[in-house]
Design a protein around this ligand. Structure first.
Ligand code: UD1
Ligand code: CA
Length: 453
């Protein structure tokens, strides 16, 4: 069992160069489901309530400092002399700490909390292991370090490049993750040398050093190779995204949403869906979306930073941007863009409309082609539309402007001054009516043309 009295420290390795990403963005900040991979890992580890968190970083430390804020300490590793050397850089930050240390990789973001917990529980088992290694059996073991073990007890850790043919035949591989007692970790690391095929200080050698002292070291094996998959290239990033999305779609359906074509729906890490939500084909959720019960999202919608209350209908082909709030039974139809705007209960914008920085009263009807003109090239302004107001098609509401409750704005109006409750506002030229004029015109022109032949 986990020793409840034993506090936990995380050491997350992220000093590798990440050259295969070919990116100016630090590898561990590349997003999966709209969230940096490092933050996925931190969230899973946070469930264990770590007392200390240290991220070991090389190049790009400013980017990590910005992303982490004060949620973790940074330790710099420069130059990068191997995984053992990387963990040693956390020694200063962990001075005086004597709990358990969980060593994670920033580019292995989807290790489950249960797996981490299993490693820590094993660390406190009766045989008192010095180190617990997380092993797995990949389909292709080639490049991984091997865990030579018997009955869950590790005999030797060996890197692929240093391994004999017999050792390479071993299928149990090292994921890289380890749990170690804090009061032993740095003493073990200090005894690790770099006399090996790569001239690196291998973290894995702490197991061999502890074994030499007659200590037990254990391996916990995960049967989910996906959770220990490292991300080293854009292709692996896309594969990790695909695995994440596949799981999330299954979860959405298990929770009571209908996905008409699940493989075409893309969720963000924090998407919240209610029950009896229908999501049609080709819908993309960016971060920050909450969808209540009984909502229909028609095909080809892009939704980000939005709250959809119950009974809402969106799309097809709608775009909801951050700050969009659709209250109960509001409707947003095709080719409508909503940004930082609230549609109160039952309000409708069914066709070809831009609603930005706006407040649309309950039951209001926004006609096709309505535009809130919210920006003058320098500042943004709000449009406030009252309850049950009717905005005629192809109107331009030039903010800041208020349209009163029950008011009617005639089609084609460009409204730049406030409209009172119950008012009709018509902003367009008086109509010229000339009965029979077109008939006379056609007769005259046809005659002229005939004369010229
Ligand atoms: C390491 C393990 C290997 C395991 C494999 C799993 C060692 C010696 N080898 O291999 O047994 O099968 O992971 O992927 O531990 N890093 C640093 N500083 C360094 C070197 C690496 O921070 O000086 C970080 C990297 O950013 C990465 C992690 O450590 O997050 C692993 O580095 P990587 O080079 O991918 O691992 P290998 O040495 O190939
Ligand atoms: Ca790797």
């Amino acid at each position: 069992m986990t020793d409840a009295s034993s506090p936990l420290a995380l050491v997350v390795l992220a000093a590798g160069k990440g050259t295969r990403m070919k990116s100016d963005l630090h590898k561990v900040l590349h997003p999966i489901a709209g969230r940096p991979m490092l933050m996925h890992l931190m969230a899973s580890a946070d469930a264990l309530e770590p007392a200390r968190k240290v991220v070991v970083v090389g190049a790009g430390r400013e980017q990590l400092a910005t992303a982490l804020g004060d949620s973790a300490e940074l330790a710099v590793q420069d130059p990068q002399l191997g995984t053992g050397h990387a963990v040693q850089q956390a020694e200063g930050a962990l001075a005086g700490f004597s709990g358990d240390v969980l060593i994670l990789y920033g580019d292995v973001p989807f290790v489950r909390t249960e797996t981490m917990r299993a490693m820590l529980e094993r660390l406190h088992a009766g045989d008192n292991p010095a180190v617990v290694v997380l092993g797995f059996e990949p389909e292709d073991a080639l490049q991984y370090g091997r865990v030579i073990a018997e009955n869950g007890v590790v005999k030797k850790m060996v890197e692929h490049k240093d391994a004999s043919a017999e050792e390479r035949a071993c299928r149990l591989c090292n994921s890289g993750l380890m749990a170690v007692r804090g009061d032993e970790l740095f003493a073990l690391l200090a005894r690790v040398g770099n006399d090996n095929a790569q001239g690196e200080y291998y973290l894995t050698d702490i197991v061999n050093v502890a074994n030499g002292d007659g200590r037990v070291c254990a391996v916990v094996v995960t049967d989910d190779a996906g959770e220990v998959a490292g991300i080293n290239s854009r292709a692996e990033l896309a594969e990790a995204e695909a695995r994440w999305q596949k799981k999330r779609r299954l979860q959405a359906m298990a929770d009571g949403a209908s996905l008409v074509a699940p493989e075409t729906v893309w969720f963000a890490w924090d998407t919240v869906l209610g029950r009896d939500v229908t999501v049609e084909q080709n819908v993309v959720f960016g971060p920050g979306v909450t969808v209540a019960d009984n909502v229909v999202i028609h095909a080809f919608c892009h939704i980000e930073g939005a709250r959809l209350e119950s009974g809402v209908s969106v799309g097809p082909f709608a775009r909801l941007r951050p700050g969009a709030v659709l209250e109960e039974k509001a409707r947003v139809g095709n080719f409508v863009e909503v940004k930082n705007a609230v549609l109160h209960a039952g309000a409708k914008a069914n066709h070809l409309t831009y609603l930005g920085d706006a407040d649309v009263g309950a039951g209001a009807n926004i006609g096709a082609g309505t535009i809130t003109c919210n920006y003058d090239g320098y500042f943004k302004y709000r449009t406030v539309i009252g309850e049950r107001a009717f905005i005629g098609s192809n109107s331009a509401l030039i903010a800041p402007v208020k349209i009163g409750a029950d008011a009617i704005v005639a089609a084609g109006s460009a409204v730049s001054r406030d409209v009172a409750d119950g008012e009709l506002r018509l902003v367009r030229a008086e109509q010229l009516v000339k009965p029979g004029w077109a008939d006379r015109f056609h007769d005259a022109m046809k005659r002229k043309k005939a004369e010229r032949k």
